[in-house]
Design a protein around this ligand. Structure first.
Ligand SMILES: *[C@@H]1O[C@H](CO)[C@@H](O)[C@H](O)[C@H]1NC(C)=O
Ligand SMILES: *[C@@H]1O[C@H](CO)[C@@H](O)[C@H](O)[C@H]1NC(C)=O
Ligand SMILES: *[C@@H]1O[C@H](CO)[C@@H](O)[C@H](O)[C@H]1NC(C)=O
Ligand SMILES: [Zn+2]
Length: 391
């Protein structure tokens, strides 16, 4: 029995202390390893390389923002007939899981952005592997249970506020079988841009919101957030945090285009349009310019609007542009019918010593006993002592 205990302890130690990452070398080969670099995968030239554009949205999917998503992507397909896909980094609170299911069914990718989305960046910076597991693997469990999304299709994450936690988020990813992180901006590798790479070896990427990882995390991918450049020349990682943007649809569109060209006219590193739907609500110009930009991108033969995991798949097994259409069509997830009967629940949420009420919407479940949360992913804990109906 002691033997078993010691063995378990050893396994635990081995899995929780990474090796130091050493400089990348020729042992790092695709599909499972790639050094951080601006070199195009597969030794391709830019003219033979598809330009991927990653459209992402962060935070809760709710009745307040779903209309933007429906409208922006309705009937939009890539030239290979695969749906134009966005990637949603979903946080739990206020999320309507029936709407998450709808987005997934239309072909979009659902990824993780934590359960609590705590506003305390210090919490994220010092979060332990255990806390991050609770936040991210816990949220994957919720998406599987409440939005009927297969766990294996939930592959990536973005840290709230892009706040890195040194090695710990990557250790958590390794332990739980996640594929990619899309939280690390790069200012140093914009033109040419940095391609996605693994953390088997030491990354050359600049660390913008540290502490950044220094350990070795074999097979764990980073999709660098290639920063945009404001009109005043400042870098910004999320488009909606870029200051001094123009305020007419046409000028804003030109500004998007200019940033797109930093990748497109150099090494075609996958470019992100990273934004929150709340930004669309600030001015109709924002949403008009966004749609105009998507229309523009779709006029180009070599541009593909795909989800984050599709980009990783391509970097692992690159094919030239000429073969891209067949390859992508054979692999992309096709839209499927919505298969979710929404269930609305009024639930009790414990917040420290207080109890508050939260409405939630799930697919095909009986209402849980309490509002799902950290260490209570399926809402099975019963807080009925604290919460008295009616609220
Ligand atoms: C990350 O892991 C490496 C390798 O084990 C270690 O040297 C480094 O100190 C760790 N970083 C932190 C902040 O613990
Ligand atoms: C748009 O920005 C310009 C300055 O770039 C300013 O003069 C103008 O008032 C702004 N218009 C609106 C509608 O905000
Ligand atoms: C889309 O594909 C068709 C057929 O392969 C081709 O003729 C057309 O030029 C393509 N259009 C764009 C915008 O890539
Ligand atoms: Zn967020």
């Amino acid at each position: 029995m002691w033997c078993t205990f010691l063995l378990l302890l050893v396994i635990q130690l081995v899995s929780s202390v990474p090796r130091d990452a050493v400089p990348c070398n020729a042992n790092c080969k695709p599909p499972n390893c790639r050094c951080s670099s601006t070199v195009i995968p597969g030794g391709l030239q830019a003219k033979d390389t598809p330009q991927f554009v990653l459209l992402t949205f962060d935070d809760a999917i709710t009745v307040n923002n779903i209309a933007y998503y429906r409208e922006a992507f309705a009937n939009r397909v890539n030239n290979d007939s695969c749906p134009v896909c966005a990637t949603f980094f979903v946080s739990h609170e206020y999320t309507d899981y029936s709407l998450v299911h709808e987005m997934y069914s239309s072909g979009h990718e659902i990824a993780l952005h934590s359960i609590s989305h705590s506003a305390d960046t210090q919490y994220w910076q010092s979060a332990s592997v255990k806390q991050l597991t609770d936040e991210f693997a816990g949220e994957r469990k919720m998406l599987e249970t409440f939005a009927k999304i297969p766990a294996k299709h939930v592959q990536g994450l973005r840290m709230p506020f892009l706040q890195m936690a040194a090695n710990n988020s990557f250790q958590m990813m390794r332990d739980n079988g996640f594929t990619y992180d899309c939280s690390m901006p790069t200012r140093a590798y914009v033109r040419p841009g940095l391609w996605p790479h693994t953390l088997d070896y030491k990354s050359t990427q600049d660390c913008v919101i540290g502490p950044c990882p220094t350990g070795s995390f074999p097979g764990t991918w980073v999709i660098p957030m290639i920063t945009w450049t404001t009109r005043d020349g400042f870098p910004c990682a999320m488009v909606d945090t870029c200051l001094g943007m123009p305020n007419t649809t046409q000028e804003l569109f030109e500004y998007f285009k200019k940033n797109f060209e930093q990748s497109y006219l150099s090494n075609k590193a996958p470019l992100g349009f990273y934004v929150h739907a709340a930004w669309f609500a600030l001015s109709p110009v924002h949403f008009e310019a966004y749609k105009k930009f998507l229309d523009y991108l779709q006029t180009m033969k070599d541009v593909f609007l795909v989800s984050a995991s599709t980009v990783i798949d391509w970097v692992r097994n690159p094919v030239p542009l000429a073969q891209m259409k067949d390859r992508h069509w054979s692999q992309c997830r096709k839209p499927s019918p919505v298969n979710c009967k929404p269930v609305s629940c009024e639930l009790c949420k414990k917040e420290g010593d207080k109890y508050v009420s939260r409405w939630a919407k799930f697919c095909d479940v009986n209402c849980p006993s309490s509002y799902p949360w950290l260490e209570n992913h399926l809402g099975s804990q019963d807080y009925s002592n604290g919460c008295k109906n009616p609220w």
